[in-house]
Design a protein around this ligand. Structure first.
Ligand code: UD1
Ligand code: CA
Length: 454
C-alpha cells in the first residue's frame, strides 16, 4: 500500500519585495493567480488533504477561491518564516504518511516532477536545481547523496556562495519526522526567522536520510519575489503557450507579441497578428484571422471570420465568414450569424444579428434583434435605455436603416422597410414601407447671414 500523501502550500507571504498591498499569491501569471497553479498540481497529486497557510490578506486569498471548500486554510498570524508557517500546519497533519511542501510563489512546478520527488526513498527529499546564477537562493550542502544542510543566501560563507545547486523550496517529508524536526527550529540566523530549510540539519542530526531530486527545467522551479521575476516568468509561460499554438498550426506573426490568459481552442489555418490578447475561454474556428491589437475574451469565432485591427470582442459569439472591425467592439451577448459585417466604431451589445446583415460604420446596436440582409446606416443608434429600463428593438429581414437614425425602443421595423436618413423612430413601422421621422426641410429665400461690424 502506498503511503497517504498530504500537501502544504506556504502562501502567507506579503510579497514585501513587490511593495504591493496584494498578497503575493494573488499576483497573476497568464491571467491567473499564482496560487491557482499550485492548486491545480495539488489536485493532480490526488492528495488526501490540501493545507494552505495564509497570513496578511487571508480573506482576499480565500475569496479568490470560493469553490475550494476542500482546502484547509491555516492562518499564520505573524509572519516569522517558512518554518514557522509549517509549524502552524503540524497539528492538522495526519499521524503518519508523507507531506509535500510547496511554496506559493513557485507556480510552474509540474506534477510529474512532484511525483518523482515523492517517489524518492528517503525520510526527507528536497527538490533542487542547478542555477548558473544561484544568488538569493538557499544552497544545497551535500556529502555524496546525503543532503546535510541548506544554507540561506544571507547565512552563506564564501565557499558556500559558489555552490550552484539550490533549494527550490519544494520538499517531501515523512510526517512523523517533520513534526519532530519542526519542534527543533530556532531563529538564530541572519534573517531572524524560523527557516523551514533548517529541518534538513535536524533530520541529519536524527540520523535520517535526506536526498535531493534535481529538476531539469529552471523555469519550472523559479520562485517569484519581484515584479521583474514575475514578468520574466510570464514571458517564459507565454513562449511555451505560443510554441504549443504554433506546433498546432497557428501562424503567430510575432511570438513575443501575443498574450494568452486563459484556454484557447484553434482550428486549422488560424493567423494571429501582433499585440493580440486572448483571455478566458476562446475558440477560433478554421481560417480565422485576427488583426493587430485585438482583444478577444470568452468568445467563439467561426470559420473564415476576419477580425481586423484594434477590435475588442468580449463574451460574444461570431459565426462563419464575418468581417469585424477595424475598431469594432462586440460586447457581452453579441450573437452574429454568418457573413455579418461589423465595421469601424460600431458597438454591439446583447443583440442578435442575422445572416449577411451589415453595420459598417459608427453605430450602437444594443438589445436588438436584427434579421437577415439588413443594412444599418452610419450613425444609427438603438435608443435602448430610458434611464431606468432597457428595451428591445426588432428589425425585420431586408430592412434598410438610413444614416443617423435613432430607433427609440421598444420599437419594431417591419421586413423590407426603409427608414429615411436622420429619422427619430418612436412608433412601430410596418413591412415594405418608407418611414421618415424628421422635420421637413424649409427654404428661406434672400436669407442674410449676420455680418461682423468693425
Ligand atoms: C525560499 C527558501 C530558499 C529557496 C527559495 C526558492 C526558506 C527559508 N528559504 O526562500 O531556500 O531557495 O525559497 O524560491 O524556505 N511564507 C509564509 N510564511 C512566512 C514566510 C514565507 O507562508 O512566514 C511563504 C511565502 O508566502 C512564500 C514562501 O513561503 O510563498 C517562500 O517565502 P519567501 O520569503 O519567498 O522565501 P525565499 O526567500 O524566496
Ligand atoms: Ca520566494
Amino acid at each position: 500500500m502506498t503511503e497517504q500523501l498530504e500537501i502544504c502550500i506556504l502562501a502567507a507571504g506579503i510579497g514585501s519585495r513587490m511593495q504591493s498591498d496584494k498578497p503575493k499569491v494573488l499576483q497573476t501569471l497568464g491571467g491567473r493567480p499564482l496560487l491557482a497553479y499550485l492548486l491545480d498540481v495539488a489536485d493532480e497529486m490526488k492528495a488526501a488533504a490540501i493545507h494552505v497557510v495564509i497570513g496578511q490578506g487571508a480573506d482576499a486569498v480565500k475569496a479568490a477561491f470560493p469553490h475550494r471548500r476542500d482546502i484547509n486554510w491555516v492562518l499564520q498570524a505573524e509572519r516569522l518564516g517558512t518554518g514557522h508557517a509549517m509549524q502552524q500546519v503540524a497539528s492538522s497533519l495526519a499521524d503518519s504518511g508523507r507531506v509535500l511542501v510547496m511554496l506559493g510563489d513557485c507556480p510552474l512546478i509540474r506534477t510529474s516532477t512532484l511525483q518523482s520527488l515523492v517517489a524518492v526513498d528517503a525520510d526527507l527529499s528536497v527538490l533542487t536545481v542547478d542555477m548558473s546564477d544561484p544568488f538569493g537562493y538557499g544552497r544545497i550542502v551535500r556529502d555524496g547523496e546525503q543532503v546535510q544542510q541548506i544554507v540561506e543566501e544571507r547565512d552563506t560563507d564564501d565557499r558556500q556562495k559558489t555552490i550552484r545547486e539550490i533549494n527550490t523550496g519544494v520538499m517531501a517529508a515523512d510526517i512523523k519526522g517533520i513534526r519532530q524536526w519542526l519542534t527543533l527550529l530556532d531563529n538564530d540566523n541572519a534573517q531572524e526567522e524560523y527557516l523551514l530549510t533548517d529541518i534538513v540539519a535536524h533530520a541529519n542530526d536524527a540520523g535520517c536520510g535526506v536526498r535531493a531530486h534535481k529538476a531539469v527545467d529552471a523555469i519550472e522551479v523559479t520562485g517569484i519575489n519581484t515584479f521583474t521575476q514575475l514578468a520574466g516568468l510570464e514571458r517564459g509561460l507565454q513562449m511555451n503557450i505560443v510554441e504549443e499554438l504554433m506546433n498546432n498550426g497557428v501562424q503567430v506573426m510575432d511570438p513575443a507579441r501575443l498574450d494568452v490568459r486563459g484556454s484557447i481552442k484553434t482550428g486549422r489555418g488560424v493567423r494571429l497578428d501582433i499585440n493580440v490578447i486572448l483571455e478566458g475561454d476562446v475558440t477560433l474556428g478554421d481560417n480565422v484571422d485576427i488583426g493587430p491589437n485585438c482583444i478577444i475574451r470568452d468568445s467563439t469565432i467561426g470559420d473564415g471570420t476576419v477580425v481586423r485591427a484594434n477590435s475588442i470582442v468580449e463574451e460574444a459569439s461570431v459565426s462563419n465568414e464575418c468581417i469585424i472591425g477595424p475598431f469594432a467592439r462586440l460586447r457581452p451577448g453579441a450573437e452574429l450569424a454568418d457573413e455579418v459585417h461589423i465595421g469601424n466604431f460600431v458597438e454591439v451589445k446583447k443583440s442578435k444579428i442575422g445572416l449577411r446583415s451589415k453595420a459598417n460604420h459608427l453605430a450602437y446596436l444594443g438589445d436588438a434583434i436584427i434579421g437577415q440582409d439588413v443594412n444599418v446606416g452610419a450613425g444609427t443608434i438603438t435608443c435602448n435605455y430610458d434611464g431606468a429600463f432597457k428595451h428591445e428593438t426588432n428589425i425585420g429581414d431586408g430592412a434598410f436603416i438610413g444614416t443617423n437614425a435613432s430607433l427609440v425602443a421598444p420599437v419594431s421595423i417591419g421586413a423590407g422597410s426603409t427608414i429615411g436618413a436622420g429619422s427619430t423612430i418612436t412608433k412601430d413601422v410596418d413591412s415594405q414601407v418608407l418611414a421618415v421621422g424628421r422635420s421637413k426641410q424649409v427654404t428661406v429665400k434672400n436669407w442674410q447671414r449676420p455680418i461682423k461690424r468693425n
